[in-house]
Design a protein. Sequence first.
Length: 78
Amino acid sequence: MLFFYLLYHTVGEEAFFKAMKGYYLTFENKGSTTKEFAEYLKNYFTSNKVDKLVNDWIFTNQSTSYLLSCEKIEDLWK
């Protein structure tokens, strides 16, 4: 759930909900894998910040380092 919180604050409310709606409509009848979800986000946003977020929080354990190095949750998306 923390990933979605960070994505929301990275892209903003409107873009976040548009992306989630688009993802749902794309995969509602067939489901998707984690890799497909990550690729959808990377293609939808085409942003280095989102690309890094996806890679660090979904495909690596870098998120642990981020969590240990911050004092407040808000520090994670700065």
